[in-house]
Design a protein around this ligand. Structure first.
Ligand code: T4K
Length: 377
């Protein structure tokens, strides 16, 4: 029998932060009264300009979700053939390529950061390679300088999946300014959400103009289609949620930071389990708290996960087992694991713990006690 009682309500990873429901309803009401609900509406424009200002980038193109934003950015950059990506990421990253007939080639990660290992990227470049997509996993910055040098040396396009990295900075530069373009996700589970949503951010005028066209079927005027396109438009209701949440972003980051520090403190004395440092060289949004169960731990990662779930803590083992072990990639390249030793190991060690405004320090102390119990078992 567990010595710590279970939480009466489930504690989810990815519980949405809803900072100001009243403001959201007010903005949504305005949109209804205006009878302007989608197609480049005023709330979407306001959100775009607020995000561009916040990140210090020239252009923000709001998109219906992060995955479509990735697809549009990939297409706008003219990527074809093979593109190098980490396998240790949400499956949307490789899917956005595969969906468009481009082969994702999986590179390994640096175990200290969980982001792309530049040497692994270098080793996978072939004459079919046209680009690299770095992922700032957990909001930890990918090695932007090294990847940029490799891209330049080999004439490759470089873009970033920054789905986890809104509001993160490396020194005095905000994520959003690296590569040709970066892609954000504002999904409900992200610390900043517009229910569903995402954006492409870039300093490149021409790329921004092209992605705007692509987002709206290629329309450049009422009857004038000048480019291939899709429907990637954000709705006014989504933008209303984005604007309401943006106003309280700093408070949410502060809650996340407090939670992260509490987890780090509480887990210090748990043998074989540690909390990944996400802010070593960067200002973080702390939206993911990542526990690592290493080989020295007395019990397995999955045993700890079961212990947490038995207590209603619905922790997740993101991004297990790695995209290379999911379909269609597993069938297309059954030997990919041979060159992904760090991905293979880390994917088996990670537990993502609940954070955000639905969690407080008292809950974190109990979660740590559950893990301590599991490790003693
Ligand atoms: N690139 C990266 C690196 C990403 O992580 C993602 C998305 C993308 C690209 C693509 O961006 P989007 O197209 O999604 O904008 C969730 C999210 O759906 C996904 O956005 C996110 N990454 C991924 C890491 O997590 P699932 O399959 O784990 O979702 P699900 O339904 O299991 O929910 C996760 C947890 O959140 C559960 O504990 C329940 C809780 N939850 C969820 C929702 C929607 C709530 O409590 N309330 C809610 O409203 O993918």
């Amino acid at each position: 029998m567990p010595s710590v009682p279970a939480f009466s309500e489930p504690l989810h990873v990815g519980r949405p932060n809803i900072a100001d429901p009243e403001r959201f309803l007010e903005l949504a009401r305005e949109a209804l009264d205006r009878r302007w609900l989608s197609n480049d509406g005023p709330l979407v424009r306001e959100l775009e300009s607020a995000i561009a200002d916040r990140l210090g980038v020239k252009h923000c193109i709001a998109i219906t979700n992060g995955t479509i934003a990735l697809e549009i950015a990939i297409r706008a950059l003219g990527l074809t053939g093979e593109v190098i990506v980490p396998s240790f990421t949400f499956v949307a990253t490789p899917h956005a390529l595969q969906w468009q007939g481009i082969t994702p080639v999986f590179a390994d990660i640096d175990p200290a950061t969980h982001c792309l290992d530049p040497e692994s990227v270098r080793a996978l470049i072939t004459e079919r390679t046209t680009g690299i997509i770095g992922v700032h996993l957990w909001g930890v910055p990918a090695p932007v300088d090294e990847l940029s040098a490799i891209a330049q040396e080999h004439g490759l396009q470089l873009m970033f999946d920054a789905a986890h990295a809104f509001g993160v900075s490396i020194g005095d530069r905000m994520i959003g300014a690296f590569g040709r373009a970066e892609v954000l996700s504002f999904h409900a589970t992200k610390f900043f959400n517009s229910i569903e949503g995402g954006a492409i951010v870039t300093d490149d005028d021409e790329l921004a103009a092209r992605t705007r066209l692509m987002r709206n079927f290629g329309f450049a005027g009422e009857d004038n289609v000048v480019y291939e396109g899709t429907n990637g438009k954000m709705t006014e209701i989504a933008a209303a949620m984005g604007l309401a949440n943006l106003a309280a972003l700093d408070e949410v980051v502060e809650v996340n930071r407090r939670n992260y520090l509490a987890y780090r403190r509480e887990f210090l004395d748990i043998p074989g389990v540690s909390i990944l440092e996400v802010d070593r060289n960067a200002e973080s949004n702390h939206q993911y708290v990542v526990a690592i169960v290493d080989e020295s731990c007395a019990v397995s990662r999955d045993d700890i996960l079961s212990g947490l779930r038995a207590h209603n803590v619905l922790a997740r083992r993101y991004f297990w087992p790695g995209a290379h072990r999911m379909e269609p990639y597993r069938t297309l390249d059954p030997r990919a694991a041979d060159h992904l030793p760090h991905t293979e190991r880390i994917a088996g060690q990670v537990i993502v713990l609940p954070t955000g405004t639905a969690v407080d320090e008292a809950a974190i102390a109990i979660i740590a006690e559950i893990v301590r119990d599991a490790v003693r078992a």
